[in-house]
Design a binder for this molecule. Structure first.
Ligand code: HEC
Length: 147
């Protein structure tokens, strides 16, 4: 299991001591904004193949488990460039999503959401309580989306 401990916050996002985006969930269940955003973006962009709550579908693997062994850079690389497994019994295609701003601007959000699910820190469904989006985070988001 890779380290998911939140060490420091920058522009509204938490990072591990190794500078990897991570989640921060308060004792009362309040989820940091980026992780909540990741829940929404996952449902918009990944859900149809990877199934509800990162738990896997009939077509594509459970990403909440993938992120336990796949490191951050491998995760990003797979989403940017796609992946295709071709053998006698199956032909599965992970599309290359590197040109899709609705994915790329929210990829760290999706990653921290999946890591929270994989670490068993976040249950299924929509997180009930979320922290507010910081102004700094909103500015970076707008800049990424070209706003
Ligand atoms: C059109 C269906 C489809 C969509 C949409 C899709 N994926 Fe995939 N994804 C796949 C398939 C199929 C695989 C398995 C490919 C393989 O094993 O070669 C996969 C594999 C992956 C892997 C590698 C998993 C592993 O354990 O090696 C990652 C990471 C991933 N997808 C992330 C995402 C994310 C994040 C999104 C949303 C932004 C997304 N995918 C959207 C179909 C999809």
């Amino acid at each position: 299991m890779m380290d998911t401990t939140a060490d420091y916050e920058e522009a509204g996002r938490w990072y591990t001591a190794e500078d990897i985006p991570t989640f921060k969930i308060a004792e009362d269940g309040t989820v940091d904004w980026p992780t909540f955003s990741g829940f929404r973006r996952y449902n918009a962009e990944c859900f149809q193949c990877h199934g509800p709550d990162g738990a896997g579908g009939s077509y594509a693997p459970a990403l909440m488990n993938s992120v336990k062994t796949l490191d951050y850079y491998e995760f990003v690389n797979t989403v940017v460039n796609g992946k295709q497994e071709v053998n006698a019994s199956q032909n599965l295609v992970m599309p290359a999503l590197g040109d899709n701003p609705n994915v790329m601007c929210y990829l760290d959000d999706i990653y921290t959401y999946l890591r929270a699910r994989g670490a068993d820190e976040l249950g299924r469904g929509r997180p009930a309580k979320k922290a507010q989006k910081s102004d700094e985070f909103a500015e970076l988001e707008d800049a990424c989306m070209g706003g």
